[in-house]
Design a protein around this ligand. Structure first.
Ligand code: ADP
Ligand code: MG
Length: 248
């Protein structure tokens, strides 16, 4: 598997983040080896989204280090665009371009950021849409698709940049219940294919089945870091017990 000398795919070390007086990430440490699937759990406001956003440099950090595949993300500049492309992100809201077709949505970033020729970008887009099960929707506009299909398109769009890491921030929270599973199935497939993933979700079934590891955050801190079996059967902290008591 991973060579002992290989750097972790994601390294978050001693990261603090403030929003004004609000201390939202408190000395966060997290190393994710290549191919690992980490589910991030925690109550609303505990800093889960902020953690994802800092890994992608959508939010600056106040102290500490964040590296992806051994490379620190610069604060700005051309390098940032290139390195940020290594990190795919899928949000609760699908954020597809409404006036572009599904196929065009998937082709766009590789053409702009990676300067991929259109024909190659189209070919890759079709392969990815096939992989997420919506190749037959390529010529439609986002509004013509169901929420589940739109989210699968958003995953394909993120994958088009050939990211080293995928971050998912509550990818199924905005979906009608009957569409949740089709998106989780795509994510499970990605995990099986060896993608390194950080997944914020309230889907405990996914956490139990697909996660190699569960991180529990509370009040800006990583309070627990364990296997799903350990976390669900024997949470160590009162904060985690409290959280599980409310959701299970
Ligand atoms: P979670 O995703 O776990 O619900 P967030 O990371 O969204 O938590 O938020 C963590 C804390 O930071 C919350 O108290 C939230 O209100 C605050 N927060 C998030 N984004 C901002 C922002 N842009 N400006 C000020 N406060 C923010
Ligand atoms: Mg959030």
């Amino acid at each position: 598997m991973t060579a002992a000398s290989a750097p972790p795919m994601i390294r978050v070390a001693g990261v603090d983040k403030f929003f004004g007086p609000l201390h939202v990430l408190k000395n966060v440490q997290l190393e994710v080896p290549k191919g690992q699937v980490v589910v991030v759990l925690g109550p609303s406001g505990s800093g889960k989204s902020t953690l994802c956003r800092t890994i992608n440099r959508l939010e600056p950090i106040d102290s500490g280090v964040i590296e992806v595949d051994g490379q620190p993300l610069p604060a700005e500049g051309k390098e940032l665009a290139r390195l940020r492309a290594d990190v795919g992100m899928v949000f609760q809201s699908f954020n597809l371009f409404a006036h572009k077709t599904i196929g065009e949505n998937v082709m766009l970033a590789p053409m702009k950021v990676r300067k991929t020729p259109a024909a190659d970008a189209r070919k890759t887009a079709m392969e990815l849409l096939e992989r997420v099960g919506i190749a037959n929707q390529a010529d439609k506009f986002p509004a013509q698709l169901s929420g589940g299909q739109q989210q699968r398109a958003a995953i394909a769009r993120a994958l088009a940049m050939k990211p080293k890491v995928m971050l998912f921030d509550e990818p199924t929270s905005a979906l009608d219940p009957e569409m949740v599973q089709e998106v989780l199935d795509v994510m499970t497939g990605l995990a099986k294919d060896g993608m390194t993933m950080l997944v914020v979700t309230h889907e405990m079934g996914f956490a139990r089945k697909a996660a190699d590891r569960v991180i529990f955050m509370s009040d800006g801190e990583v309070v627990e870091d364990s296997t799903p079996e350990e976390f669900f059967s024997a949470p160590k902290s009162n904060r985690a017990k409290d959280f599980l008591g409310k959701i299970l």
